[in-house]
Design a protein around this ligand. Structure first.
Ligand code: IPE
Ligand code: IPE
Ligand code: MG
Length: 228
């Protein structure tokens, strides 16, 4: 059977801390291992012909974590941007970030903008990293933008254009590490996404696990409120 490959997959990359704890390692090492998982998944997603991959890397609530952990995550993202530049350009990947700039350091913002600019004409996979991202923040930011423009009334289609990125809604939402919640991810866009939750911790999530999620998606009966 020919598999139906989603155009947009969104992933809540959760469980790095637990992965490290299980091994008696510091949480930051779990995040480092998680970054390796992301690299594998990007390559595989591109190979499968997925058009957009949105991954949740840092939420607007993650600032509540210890200073050490927050700093480690910021440092890891910056290192990641540097380390992935070659891979991104060689594989024709378009890199984008969704999130607020507030509280993010100037040097990190500069690195983000640089890679966005460098890869903006790439036509392969769009890797969209949700960083300092909150679903409610995104909706509020959209509303404030349209109020500034003096809009009085808009449609759902128009409102979608006020989200951070003008990309189609994800058909499939994956969450690793078994938590049964959305944690403020893509609230507007997941209205009709199929949800796949696995107990596998993010650092253990590999190509086979992504295939399993897509196979599960292929078995879903998507009715969108209608009757089949
Ligand atoms: C996901 O892993 C990464 C981020 C939220 C930055 P966690 O750090 O949430 O890992 P757990 O949930 O504590 O295991
Ligand atoms: C969601 O995971 C955020 C990211 C994966 C970046 P969290 O670990 O922060 O979510 P909660 O606290 O379990 O809801
Ligand atoms: Mg977590």
């Amino acid at each position: 059977m020919e598999l139906n490959i989603p155009k947009h997959i969104a992933i809540i990359m959760d469980g790095n801390g637990r992965w490290a704890k299980k091994r008696g390692l510091p949480r930051t090492l779990g995040h480092r291992e998680g970054a390796k998982s992301l690299r594998k998944i990007i390559t595989h997603a591109a190979k499968l012909g997925i058009k957009h991959l949105t991954v949740y890397a840092f939420s607007t609530e993650n600032w509540k974590r210890s200073k050490e952990e927050v700093e480690a995550l910021m440092f890891l993202f910056k290192t990641y941007l540097k380390g992935e530049e070659k891979n991104i350009m060689e594989n024709n990947i378009k890199f984008t970030v969704s999130g607020r700039e507030e509280n993010v350091s100037e040097s990190l913002l500069t690195a983000i903008r640089r890679l966005e600019e460098l890869s903006k004409n790439n036509t392969g996979l769009n890797l969209n990293i949700a960083f300092n991202y909150g679903g409610r923040a995104e909706i509020i930011d959209g509303i404030n933008r349209l109020l500034k423009e003096g809009k009085k009334e808009i449609t759902e289609e128009e409102f979608s254009k006020y989200m951070y990125r003008d990309i189609p809604d994800p058909e499939l939402l994956i969450r690793t590490s078994g938590e049964l919640r959305i944690s403020n991810f893509l609230l507007w866009q997941i209205a009709y996404s199929e949800i796949y939750i696995t107990d596998t911790l993010w650092p253990d999530f590999d190509e086979k696990e992504l295939d399993k999620a897509i196979e599960s998606y292929n078995k879903r009966d998507r009715r969108f409120g209608g009757v089949k």
